[in-house]
Ligand binder design. Sequence first.
Ligand code: XLS
Ligand code: NI
Ligand code: NI
Length: 438
Amino acid sequence: MKEIFKDIPKIKYEGSKSTNPLAFRYYNPDEIIGGKPMREQLKFALSYWHTMCGDGTDMFGAGTADKCFGLTDSMEIYKAKAHAAFELMEKLDIDYFCFHDRDIAPEADNLSQTNARLDEITNLLEELMKNSGKKLLWGTANCFTNPRYMHGAATSCNADVFAFAAAQIKKAVEITVRLGGDGYVFWGGREGYETLLNTNMGLELDNMARLMRMTVEYARSIGFKGDFYIEPKPKEPTKHQYDFDTATVLGFLRKYGLDKDFKMNIEANHATLAGHTFQHELRVARENGVFGSIDANQGDMLLGWDTDQFPTNMYDAVLCMYEVIKAGGFTNGGLNFDSKARRSSFEDEDIFHSYIAGMDTFALGLRLAHKLIEDGRMDQFVEDRYSSYKSGIGADIVSGKATMADLEKYALEMGDVTTLKSGRQEYLENILNSIMFG
Ligand code: XLS
Ligand code: NI
Ligand code: NI
């Protein structure tokens, strides 16, 4: 296969002073930060759907970018997408990729033909992976685009749809395992509701858990050792998605006993749609031992939907990487750019500018988060802020020794609280700014 992005060279690290638009200023893959090469700390992944399939279509207009590579036969187009994806990963020094089943091969007239197409492309991907050393971060099934999923997939009111979704997921898991994927993602797709007037919420949630449990059992039976992820999202496409946010998903996983097998795939734009910061979602996951992987993008705060923009917000990137480092780094997960170039950024070159933007943002985020931790003032402040729990009555509360009666006695003797201290938010924001901007 000949080179597809002929006019674009391999993107190299040139340092922060470089004015070359097709160079990295902060991402230096083999540079050691915090004891590990940047590529291992960041584990960047290319999202097949936005990058290879997204053509800029929105609800007001047709696509603006051509992702057919001058071809007309559908399978030939999808083979070209595979070659283009690997060329992009090579030129951008991205080690991983992620896909939905329907991103890599188009659906045919029936399930068995569709599966045959998937096998054909999986063979090609396997060969491309072998030749390049690129890896699959995670796979997933698209159980939302086809009209059969209008009422949801696992949460559809129609049992035939549940069965079809199960068959589709079974195949997606097989492909993921075959390609050595370290993760399998459930994003709720259309698993939610528009109105409770027609919805049996209890049955829908039970069914969602049933399909997840079947998937875990099947995947483990064919040798999948990686992590399952749920990707929380509060709304869109449905008004209320069941996987609203990390806290909601945790309640669901614990209710159905799925918490040992699942971790979170946190997406930045989904966090803000839920009314949270990206850091909040990561912190909730970390504190509950379910931090897994990241879909890195950003939303537009003036728009109410999932714009999935390439991330450039440095505050978010620094605080995200701070959480990742505190969580002990990625294990099976990584940092996937579930991000798309804007509809008007329709030229091939824009794909490169987009990834350079996202990768450099998180590379700088890693550098700065590492500095913030090394600086230590912020962590020390938090440590000191809770020091009253280290001795005296605080230590008795934490150890469980203090009873209500003890606390009443203590409070009566105290009279009133005289030991409060400032939260010093602005002081801490000054530290953050001084670390970030020098
Ligand atoms: C959509 C989701 C999707 C998942 C994978 O909003 O972010 O892209 O990452 O199904
Ligand atoms: Ni996502
Ligand atoms: Ni999204």
